[in-house]
Structures are given as C-alpha cells and as structure tokens.
Ligand binder design. Structure first.
Ligand SMILES: *Cc1c(COP(=O)(O)O)cnc(C)c1O
Ligand SMILES: [Zn+2]
Length: 552
C-alpha cells in the first residue's frame, strides 16, 4: 500500500487503512490523516502530473482510494487559474487570480469532495448514505451518488434556496428539509443515520473530504510554476476548504515543490462569523454563533469546531486573516466581479471577493503580493433581491402592424413600423451623459470605460494622448472629462489649461485620475481647476461613479 494513516491525537501511524474508521482504535481520536511516500512522490508530481488529464485525479497517488476501479469521476478539479485584469488594475494589485471552481460538474468546489468521498464509499461497499448540507454538498454528492448507485438522504436547512433543493431532488436523492440552524440540522441527520443504521458522512472529519480539497493547493502551485501564492482567500463555513488546502501546501513543502506556506484568509458572513470573532479576541477556539443571521445559507455554520483550531494555528505560524463581510458587501462584490471581469458567481463565492477587496483596501494585502481568490461556486440562479427595480428594458411591440416581409419595395406600413421601432429605441436611452476619457495607458482606459459601461448609460469618448484629447473635447463638448496627468508630449496639465482657457469649454468639470501621489506643488497647479482627484489603484467603481454623479 502506498499510503498509511496517522492518528493526529495519539500519533500512531499504523491505523488500519483498509477500513472505514470513524475513530482511532487506539485512542478514539477522530482526526485520522493519510500520509504518503513524499520522498518518492515529489519527483512524480513535478515530472509526470502535468502531462496527465486535467482533473484532480492527475494527483491519483495522493488520494486515498485503493483500487482504480472504484473511482467515481466526472471531470472535477483541474480548474483554471485566471487573472482578474480589471479588478487588479482597479485595486492596484497586479497579481490577483481567481481559482475558478465554478467549472466543476455541479459548479462548485464540492465536486472534488463528492468525487473522492463517493469513491471511498463505493470502495467499502456502502449503498445508502446520510449527509447534512447547506446546499452544495447535497447537490454534488447527489450527482456522484447517482453515478455510483448509492442512495442519498440529504438533510437541508429550510433556508437553503428552493432552487438548490429542487436540484437535489432532480438527482433522485431524498430531500429532508429541516427548520433549524445548520448545526442543529447536522445533529438531526446524525440521529437519523444512527436510528436507521445508515452510514453518516462525517464532513470535515472524514479523510476523503479533506484530502480532496488539498488538490486545490496542488493545482494552484502547479499553475504558478511550483510556488505558493502569498494569499489563498476563501469564503468559509465549516472550514473544510482551507483546512484541506493547508494540508496540500504542507505536503508540497514536504516534497520540496514549494518553499513557503501561503497565508490563508477565511472570509465569513458578518451575521455568522465564529472564526472572525475568535480571531479578533485572540482565541484559539471558535466563538459559537447560535442563530446565524445571513441570507447566504451556504456559509451558515455557527460552530466550526476543530477546523478553526487548525486554521488559527496556521495563521499564527504562517500569517493569515479572518475577515467578516456583510451580505450587502457580498452582493456588491457579485456585481463588481460580473461587471468588471465577467465572472458571475453565487453569493458565497462572492464573499471571498468582497473579503479580498476589503483586505486590499485596509492594507492587509500588499500590492506586490500574489493573491488567489477561490471562486467556490455558482450553483444558484440570480435571486430577485440582487437587482434593482429597473434592471431590464422592455420593448413592447404588441401594437405593431403586421406586414408581409417578402415585398421588394418598402411599403408605407413598413416605414411606419420602422419609425415606431426607432421611437421605442430612443425611449430606452433617456438622458445620456457624455464622458470623455483622456488616458494614454490602454488597460487603465479599458477599466474606466468598463466601469462606466457597467453601471450607467453613458456616451463614452476616448483619446489616447493629450493632443487627441484636446481635439476630442473641443469637438464633442462632453459633460465630464476624466483626465490622466502623466502622458508623453502633451500632458494632463496642458489639456487642463486648454480646457480652462477656452470660454466654450471652461465650465466642463474635470476629474483627474493620477498614477502617483501628487506633490504640494503639483496640487497647486490643479487648484480650482479640477473637481475631483482620484488615485489609480486606490478607488473602486462606486467611488468613480459617485464623483461623476456629484458633477450634476
Ligand atoms: C461549501 C461552500 C463554501 C464554504 O466552504 P468550507 O470550506 O466548507 O467552509 C463556500 N462557498 C461555496 C460555494 C460552498 O459551496
Ligand atoms: Zn489515536
């Protein structure tokens, strides 16, 4: 056998690996940890895995299943590590990445867990399983259980969105809706399993669950060219993800593939933040939350237990953070991620992004650090409360005259219909502000354009240097100018002078956007001429829009 099992409580390293044990036969400890032949496997990981199919099973030797025939796989893991181009630029942190776990078979990182856990259950001949879940585990386990021929009883808290529950039922699992907190739901599920004599999934206490999550660490290190990021940031409920990821980086270090451990940032919902509360008070045990107050049920674990103790130790040893974000901040981050870089994700995943944004703005993350945000899932249709009233345009064409399409010459009826259509298009527009952007740096220009496009109905004009900028402003007489100061040849100061010395243009408000902090002298040159000053990498979308809105 190429792996063996250690009891982290009593330290014995000969715990039987061929049985599904819930506890150490020696001491009763519940935290059993598989170990591998790291001396030999370091070379295999570095030299052989990259050529294998891109799923988490490329790391087969590091996953505790004995027989390949028992593996249940649907192509989980092997997810891309993607650069957040616009967000990086906006926040002034160039090396910002998203680990895109939406790209799993059921669209969350629980697919890794389900694949390994269901494989192990199949290996041990288990046919019927009970699992408690805040939604995504139930969905993912259901899919894999279907394939493995295992019957699943899922216990879900009643606050799990109905869409998620329906998906669980679709896969043929039994859905038990429990009106209680998630922690209580777990107890009820355990009681049911005991009473029926069924196997209970032990969540983070199960070896398979943790071992599956460590593949996220392997993949990130491989994707970064065998090094650790400075930060791994994830929205956390029970803490399975970060605990598994920690183990992964620990193993990578044992195998000599990376030198450092990353700092782990656990992002929790402000209304259910047992880890954050404990961390802020310097406690090594969680401050249990009895009645979670968050709309984001996916992360509503009030008592993370030993997971926090492990994460706390790691944070003390290697650095790390526990940060709370409100539901509103998470929902706002959903908009930012989708609008800035095109990533739509469920609220739980957006929490990690909200946390990252917060940490960057608070200076907890330095601009030169490499940051990986886990986009943990997207199994959730966008809910009503996320959008404002007028999020869609409506074209009512019911009054249109029906005309035959096949005539050569346009008929008067066709002309009338065309005119009606144009009128309704105009109604879609309303009062559109005209904004001129003068900026020589292309990515910065794209970011500014993107913010304007995403949040409002603006007519946008762009110039890539000062000379073009002056000409453009004279031609279009915009409502607002967004102006970069540092440009070759004709710089921003000269553009500003041109605007302010022209009677036709001098009323136009100018918002200066600079790369560097200005000296007192430079500020003096701008005095009285600019309405607002923003520093690149130091403002977010909302702040730019507020500056613009303040002009009217
Ligand atoms: C389960 C889940 C989390 C929380 O993960 P843990 O590591 O178990 O705390 C976060 N986001 C999504 C989408 C999840 O499904
Ligand atoms: Zn033991």
């Amino acid at each position: 056998m190429s792996w063996y099992v250690v009891c982290t409580n009593c330290g014995r390293d000969d715990v039987p690996a061929d049985q599904l044990l819930a506890a150490c036969p020696n001491c009763g400890g519940e935290w059993l940890d598989p170990r591998y032949d790291y001396d030999r496997l370091g070379r295999v990981m570095r030299e052989e895995t990259a050529a294998r199919p891109c799923t988490m099973w490329r790391f087969r030797e590091w996953l505790p299943v004995h027989d390949d025939d028992h593996i249940v796989t649907m192509g989980e893991g092997g997810t891309p590590l993607l650069r957040l181009k616009n967000l990086s630029l906006m926040l002034g942190v160039p090396n910002l990445y998203l680990k895109d776990e939406r790209q799993g078979p059921t669209a969350s990182f629980k697919d890794r867990q389900a694949s390994l856990a269901i494989s192990v259950l199949r290996e041990h001949g288990v046919r019927e399983v009970v699992v408690a879940s805040t939604g995504n585990v139930a969905i993912s386990y259901s899919a894999y259980a279907a394939q493995a021929g295992i019957k699943l009883w899922t216990f879900l808290t009643s606050s799990v969105p109905a869409d998620k529950m329906r998906e669980v039922a679709l896969y043929g699992s039994e859905v038990v809706k429990v009106t209680a907190t998630y922690d209580r739901t777990k107890q009820v599920a355990a009681r049911f399993a005991e009473q029926r004599g069924l196997f209970l999934d032990r969540g983070i206490k199960g070896m398979a669950a943790r071992e599956s999550m460590k593949t996220i660490a392997y993949e990130i290190a491989q994707q970064l060219g065998w090094r650790s990021p400075d930060w791994y940031i994830q929205a956390v409920s029970g803490g399975l993800g970060p605990v598994g990821v920690l183990k992964g980086f620990w193993e990578l270090r044992e195998m000599g593939l990376v030198e450092t451990m990353p700092k782990i940032a656990c992002i929790q919902a402000a209304g259910c933040a047992p880890m954050v509360k404990a961390w802020e008070q310097g406690l090594s045990k969680p401050v249990v939350v009895d009645s979670p107050q968050t709309l984001i049920t996916t992360v509503a674990t009030g008592d993370p237990g030993i997971a926090y103790e492990i994460l706390y130790q790691a944070a003390v040893e290697h650095g790390g953070a526990f940060v709370a974000v409100t539901d509103e901040e998470a929902f706002r981050a959903m908009h930012v991620m989708a609008k800035m870089d095109g990533f739509s994700m469920e609220p739980a995943a957006a929490m990690a992004c909200a946390g990252a944004i917060k940490m960057i703005r608070q200076g907890l993350i330095r601009p030169d650090e490499t940051v990986v945000i886990c986009c943990s899932g997207h199994t959730f249709p966008v809910e009503k409360h996320l959008l404002e009233e007028n999020w869609s345009h409506h074209l009512d064409l019911s009054a249109e005259e029906v005309v035959a399409e096949e005539v050569e010459e346009p008929t008067p009826a066709m002309a009338a219909r065309e005119e009606g259509l144009l009128t309704s298009f105009e109604e879609l527009g309303g009062d559109v502000r005209r904004i001129a952007i003068v900026e020589d740096d292309e990515p910065a220009r794209v970011l500014l354009r993107r913010i304007l496009q995403a949040y409002g109905d603006f007519e946008i004009f762009e110039a890539a240097d000062g000379r073009q900028g002056i000409q453009m402003i004279r031609e279009v007489e915009p409502d607002v100018v967004l102006l970069d100061l540092m440009m070759p040849e004709v710089d921003g100061y000269q553009v500003l002078e041109a605007i302010k010395s022209d009677p036709k243009l001098q009323h136009i408000p100018v918002i200066v956007i600079t790369a560097a902090r200005l000296s007192a002298q430079e500020r003096k040159r701008l005095d009285g001429h600019v309405r607002s000053l923003l520093q690149k990498g130091q403002f977010v979308d909302r702040e730019l829009l507020e500056s613009i809105q303040a002009m009217f």
